[in-house]
Write a protein that binds this ligand. Structure first.
Ligand code: NAP
Length: 439
């Protein structure tokens, strides 16, 4: 019997479990650990609450989780409750699928001022991640600056713009919905250090910004390259740039009412400093010009008033004691998913925060291929490991409150039962509350 521990129950974790099942059938036992009592990682706390169709992929993971040779082991923090070395004693292969839950810092003066958040924290707040439920951003300000030209920046700008009615059918948590309802924001500036041709936004997500009830996107036509230059772009980006051209048309901003919000795209502006006494009051940006596709500062500094700043510039994996880490890349140091003997990584923890949820499927199959190669080469030795049984003994000895998949289904039912009308669930945003829901 082959025993595998997967750390992290998000997309990368489940696709890896699926791949291991395909590879070894009934000859493998898989434990999927999560530090939260609830599964699905990014699907639950990263994917935007108004993108329910994307969250539907969790049903596929559920099929894997309900198989006889897979267990969900929730509410266990690796590195605190149990060490990697202990897991390596118990399992033949330990695969880190812990994602990239930490914000990449801006590394700018003034970054510590109040009402400046990284997207991991801000997205976690409106998605009910227990770690960020208390964030309580100040939305009584007039202008927000969202830094970055990726899909996360779009998510944040859209969530900040929507009316309560537009959240119908979403699972945005009550604390965020209620606070957003009191928002006084009139302007959201999306800031990019490069130009329209260098955005990371995908067409469907960018197009959504043009269909909001009270928010109007606006692009300065002077920032757009010659239309003929779009022909050189990869088709997806070309389509996205088409949306930007639409947002630059004069009618785009013509119907502003007193309660409307302008979403203003500012290109060629690199964040330079954050200004304020206690709270952020403005952001200084340096105008840039592109040299070989890279943004180069022109020395021209401009100050943009901003009472809220959300930085959406990418994520980092959280290091685990004893596991080699690539500081520059912000992920575990690895070669094609191999870290050291018997220890692997997959998904964002392997390659950094890029790609779609589906990108993690080939990644999961890729890491299992490496495990299979190592197994065939005799890397796991002859000694039978204890696997999940050994972990259960360790957990009992330490008094760990392990949450099983059956327990999760009860938590899920309780979340469904307390949902507001039309919403799929009202998430518990506190670990103790989740455990209490189990009775
Ligand atoms: P991303 O796509 O890599 O975009 C990050 C943005 O931040 C880029 O525009 C980048 O600009 C900018 N940036 C980085 N460092 C900066 C700095 N120091 N100053 C100013 N700007 C800086 O990352 P993301 O938006 O966090 O998304 C992560 C992944 O999740 C992506 O693969 C994304 O597609 C995916 N995602 C998908 C969806 C969806 O499909 N609905 C939703 C959310 C996220 P440069 O290009 O100039 O570096």
């Amino acid at each position: 019997m082959l025993h595998i521990a997967i750390i992290g129950s998000g997309p990368a974790g489940y696709y890896t479990a699926e791949a291991a099942q395909k590879q070894w059938g009934d000859s493998v036992r898989i434990d999927i650990f999560d530090r939260l009592p609830v599964p699905y990682g990014l699907i639950r706390t990263g994917v935007a609450p108004d993108h329910q169709s994307i969250k539907g992929v969790a049903r596929r993971y559920e099929t894997t989780a309900l198989s006889d040779n897979v267990r969900f082991v929730g509410n266990v923090t690796i590195g605190r409750d149990v060490t990697i070395a202990e897991l390596q004693e118990l399992y033949d292969a330990v695969i880190l699928a812990t994602g990239a839950p930490r914000d990449r810092p801006l590394d700018l003066p003034g970054e510590g001022l109040a009402n400046i958040y990284g997207s991991a924290a801000f997205v976690g707040w409106y998605n009910g991640h227990p770690e960020f439920a208390e964030l309580d951003p100040d939305l009584s300000v007039d202008t927000a600056v969202v830094i970055g030209m990726g899909n996360v920046a779009l998510d944040v700008a859209r969530i900040l713009s929507k009316t309560r009615t537009e959240f119908a059918g979403s699972d945005i948590v009550a604390h965020a919905l209620d606070l957003l309802d009191t928002s006084r924001l009139r302007k959201i500036i999306i800031l990019g250090r490069r130009g329209p041709h260098q955005i990371m936004m995908t067409p469907k997500e960018l197009g959504e910004l043009g269909d909001l009830d009270r928010a109007r996107p606006h692009v300065d036509s002077a920032d757009l390259p010659e239309p003929a230059d779009d022909a050189l772009l990869e088709p997806g980006i070309r389509k996205s740039v088409g949306h930007l051209r639409r947002f630059a048309e004069p009618s785009g901003g013509a119907f502003f009412g007193a309660h409307d919000i302008e979403i203003d795209f500012r290109f060629f502006a690199a964040p330079h400093a954050l200004i304020g006494t206690d709270r952020v009051e403005a952001i200084e940006v340096e105008r840039t010009t592109l040299v070989d596709g890279r943004p180069v500062g022109t020395g021209k500094i401009e100050r943009i008033p901003a009472g809220l700043v959300v930085s959406c510039i990418g994520y980092r994996t959280e290091p685990i004691a004893g596991v080699p880490f690539d500081e520059r890349g912000g992920r575990f140091a690895n070669t094609d998913g191999r870290i050291v003997h018997g220890l692997y990584c997959v998904g964002w923890a392997r390659r950094g925060p890029s790609g779609t949820i589906g990108t993690n499927r080939p990644d999961g199959f890729g890491v299992i291929e490496k495990v299979a190669e190592d197994k065939a080469a005799g890397a796991f030795g002859e000694n039978a490991r204890e696997g999940g049984g050994g972990f259960d003994r360790l957990a009992a000895a330490r008094g760990l409150e392990v949450v099983t998949f059956g327990d999760w289904k009860r938590i899920e039912q309780a979340e469904t039962d307390r949902a507001r009308t039309g919403a799929p669930r009202e998430k518990f945003v506190d670990v103790a509350e989740m455990i209490r829901a189990l009775g």
